[in-house]
Design a protein around this ligand. Structure first.
Ligand SMILES: Cc1ncc(C[n+]2csc(CCOP(=O)(O)OP(=O)(O)O)c2C)c(N)n1
Length: 400
């Protein structure tokens, strides 16, 4: 068991699985088991790797930092590095909020895409770099390493295997915070140009304007951002508003954008949000979810009611698996199969569990209902009525 705790916390943290026979489980031993008894391995940062990285930085003009989930605990150091280098800091899902998107350096993935052509150095921190090399470029062509002529690549990752999966120009194996701090000491020569701030601000302003075309999703996301406190939690989903939130919902604090990550498991959002609210009962937690995804975990309404877990779930009801429906329309000659849904009455359903429920039809109607629900701190369902098939596709800002 202690070995499992060691593995969970060492290297790239994650779950461990243990298989045990019933008779073993029923036995007793005199041992101490728990996270405190596990020795955690953390590779020391290698000076040569840091020196090589500092040299690339010294010769770069326009630097972008890409944060993944492995960068979440390194927020302060990464912000300092960005300021020192004049670098934009972006993320896609798991790395959101490491550097606030209302600071000068934090940019959404959509704004980062505008900055990409002139980027000559990418520093990936705790990230698989799916955004840059799978969504913006085809990873198949990049399997061994980025091609000549593109941006140079430094990767900071605690998992040495990552450097084999996708080879950078300079690999720094180590903890994201330790390695970023080491870089801060060595990379001082670069400094930032006054033009960096303008370049980044311009990309952000253009993007903010461009993405307003994704409606009605952006209007709802803007309303939620307005009402949700800075340190409130937003749990995304595989739905039209969720996909749009990948680039259209600004995140201000580390770990406050809770995501399925690359797994993309439809339905994870509502049950996950119950866990989030149980973990941070004093903070506002909003789960946004489609009608299809909500029905995957809907029975957990009973858990929320029974344990009085005050999360707010906004169900965007377009009476369909909207994303599948659009694919069938565009790619399969409108041959619709299993995409439209006959749903229960979500308000009556929630009320039957003893959960407060509301139905709204516009962002203006949502605003006061959401504010009041956050104030109440009780489980609540807010159903947003959306006309089937009416959403603008968000994909042009995600998959280039
Ligand atoms: C477990 C799982 N099953 C299926 C999918 C594929 N999938 C992605 S989005 C989607 C439709 C989601 O419908 P809904 O929750 O109603 O949201 P909408 O797109 O209509 O906003 C499906 C089936 C998935 N990502 N995960």
């Amino acid at each position: 068991m202690n070995e499992a705790f060691r593995q969970m916390q060492s290297g790239r943290p994650g779950p461990a699985s243990i298989e045990m026979c019933w008779d073993t489980m029923a036995k007793s031993w005199d041992v101490e088991i728990g996270p405190g008894n596990a020795v955690i391995d953390k590779p020391a940062v290698n000076d040569d790797e840091i020196n090589d990285a500092a040299e690339l930085i010294a010769n770069a003009e326009n630097i972008m930092i890409m944060c993944g989930g492995g960068a979440q605990h390194a927020s302060a150091a990464i912000r300092e590095l960005a300021e020192m280098l004049g670098a934009s800091v972006t993320s896609f899902r798991s790395g959101r909020g490491v550097v606030s998107e209302d600071s000068a350096w934090g940019v959404s993935c959509a704004a980062a895409h505008l900055l990409w052509p002139e980027t000559d150095l990418l520093i990936g921190i705790g990230s698989r770099l799916e955004l840059q090399y799978m969504r913006w470029e085809s990873m198949a062509e990049y399997l061994d390493r980025p091609p000549e002529g593109g941006a140079k690549l430094i990767r900071i990752d605690i998992d040495p295997q990552e450097m084999q999966r996708f080879k950078p120009d300079v690999a720094v194996v180590g903890d994201a915070a330790d390695a970023t701090r080491a870089l801060l000491e060595k990379a001082g020569r670069k400094g930032f140009k006054s033009g960096d701030l303008d370049r980044i601000a311009e990309a952000k302003a253009r993007t903010r304007k461009n993405i307003q075309e994704i409606q009605p999703q952006m209007s709802y996301l803007d309303t939620i951002r307005e009402v949700l406190p800075r340190d409130g939690y937003f749990v995304e989903e595989l739905c039209q508003v969720g996909f749009t939130s990948n680039f259209g919902f600004d995140v201000y604090e580390p770990r406050t954008y809770v995501t399925t990550g690359y797994q993309g498991t439809l339905g994870f959002g509502f049950p996950t949000a119950i866990g989030v609210k149980a973990a941070v009962p004093g903070k506002a937690v909003v789960s946004i979810i489609g009608d299809g995804g909500f029905m995957f975990g809907m029975p957990e309404l009973a858990s929320a009611a029974q344990h009085d877990i005050g999360l707010i779930t906004i169900v965007f009801n377009n009476h369909s698996f909207g994303n599948v429906r659009r694919d069938q329309q565009l790619k399969y000659d409108s041959n619709l199969i299993g995409a439209d849904l006959d749903n229960p009455d979500f308000v009556k359903l929630a009320e039957s569990f003893g959960v407060a429920a509301h139905r709204v039809e516009s962002p203006d109607e949502l605003r006061p209902v959401l504010a009041k629900s956050i104030d109440n701190n009780k489980p609540a369902i807010i159903e947003v009525m959306i006309e089937r098939g009416s959403e603008t596709s968000p994909w042009k800002y995600i998959l280039r």
